[in-house]
Design a binder for this molecule. Structure first.
Ligand code: AFP
Length: 388
């Protein structure tokens, strides 16, 4: 039988005294603790004169704190984020064991984009829809995988927000174990009445985004979001099952040294785009040649671009005359994040750039050309690609 432990002294514990792999916590009534066990715990829990205390802000705590700055806030956005982060945890758990769980491969169907549907695309879509609609914070959803707006099932309350998402971006990478992700944006409802939201709720410009973010399922999993007050990144600790703040107030460098584009499309591009890529990778007396980095999953390419700077682009070409990326599910959410981090996002349609967040969508699955990243790098691209 385990001996009864003495109560903690008034005021809590003491401090850590590591010696030969063992950590003695003054005032801790239990047996000595192995140092190795404490390495992880110390990041979130430390024992000080006032007793044990937690370090590291969780995603939900962070959103709650930022909501407290707005006295009019009802807590609904915090609630919606809780549902999205729950869905992200479920998706990430499935993604991380994809090779085992018979979820790799195709369903045999094609989606609204005419692309082959992967089993994990369907799974991720289902998880998001179910988790989010149960919360009661949205009135309608839009998904890259679904042709029409997704009405919230009548058994759940309708909330004041509109959620749009790409449930599993870069799913071409699933079978080869490379990084993939989930992208989302949140708008306020514009339709009136208690019923389900409408197409008009979904077709809102990016400049009206309330919050957007992405989850990257990579060598570690991260949740990155902005609600208009900077961009903040949280790393998932699988032992605890929480996202903890790891990258506060992310800022994209003014200029980077990397370009990221599918150069296999070179033969289909306009001359301006070809000239930009020729220029960007050619060294001169004034500048070094840029390095090429391209994963083929926007979440992964833009996560790197946010952290290191540079430019990511998916130009229009002869086959995809409006580009390939979807305005509502990919371009706008990232444009919001990148602008919040101090960068720029344009479609290259004019010498002023053609700001992505100013585009008024007319279709749910509308596509757009995209040049996004460090301000100086985007401005350079616009000089070449914008029409005279
Ligand atoms: P999938 O989700 O169908 O793999 O598409 C990914 C994506 O929309 C975006 O994440 C990539 O940047 C882009 O397409 C890659 O497209 P290419 O394969 O044409 O380079």
């Amino acid at each position: 039988m385990e001996p009864e432990r003495p109560p903690l002294p008034p005021g809590g514990g003491g401090f850590l005294v590591p010696s030969r792999g063992i950590v003695r916590v003054r005032g801790w009534p239990g047996p000595p603790i192995r140092a190795s066990c404490l390495v992880m715990a110390e990041q979130h829990l430390s024992v000080g004169p006032g007793g044990p205390s937690y370090h590291g802000t969780t995603l939900e705590q962070h959103i709650q704190l930022s909501q407290r700055q707005h006295p009019e806030a009802t807590g609904d956005l915090t609630g919606l984020f809780a549902q999205i982060s729950l869905a992200a945890k479920i998706i990430s758990s499935q993604v991380s064991k994809a090779g085992l769980a018979n979820v790799l491969g195709l369903t045999g169907e094609t989606n609204v984009q005419g692309e082959e549907v992967k089993k994990l695309d369907v799974f991720a879509n289902e998880v998001l829809v179910r988790c989010v609609q149960q919360g009661g914070y949205v009135c309608v959803m839009g998904s890259e995988e679904v042709a029409d707006p997704i009405a919230v099932s009548p058994e759940y309350p309708r909330g004041k927000y509109v959620l749009q998402f790409d449930p599993l971006d870069g799913s071409g990478n699933i079978d080869i174990n490379a990084s993939i992700g989930t992208i989302f944006s949140i708008h306020r409802r514009v339709s009136t009445g208690p019923g389900a939201g409408t197409l008009a709720d979904c077709l809102q410009a990016g400049s009206r985004i309330v919050a957007s973010g992405y989850v990257i399922y990579g060598s570690s999993n991260m949740f990155v979001y902005s609600s208009g007050d900077g961009v903040h990144g949280f790393t998932f600790d699988p032992a605890i099952g929480e996202f903890f703040l790891s990258h506060e107030n992310m800022k994209i460098p003014e200029r980077g040294d990397t370009y990221s584009v599918n150069e296999g499309n070179y033969h289909k591009w306009d001359e301006g785009v070809q000239q930009w890529v020729d220029w960007v990778k050619k060294p001169s007396d004034e500048r070094k040649a840029y390095r090429l980095r391209y994963i083929g999953a926007m979440v992964a390419d833009l996560h790197r671009t946010l952290l290191r700077g540079g430019i990511f682009a998916y130009p229009a070409d002869r086959k995809n005359t409006s580009g390939k990326l979807r305005l509502l599910y990919e371009a706008s959410p990232f444009a919001f994040l990148v602008e919040q981090a101090g960068g720029a996002a344009v479609d290259g349609s004019s010498k002023e750039g053609g700001r992505i967040l100013d585009i008024q969508p007319t279709e749910l699955h509308q596509r757009t050309p995209l040049y996004i990243g460090s301000k100086a790098d985007v401005a350079d691209a616009v000089r070449f690609v914008a029409p005279e």
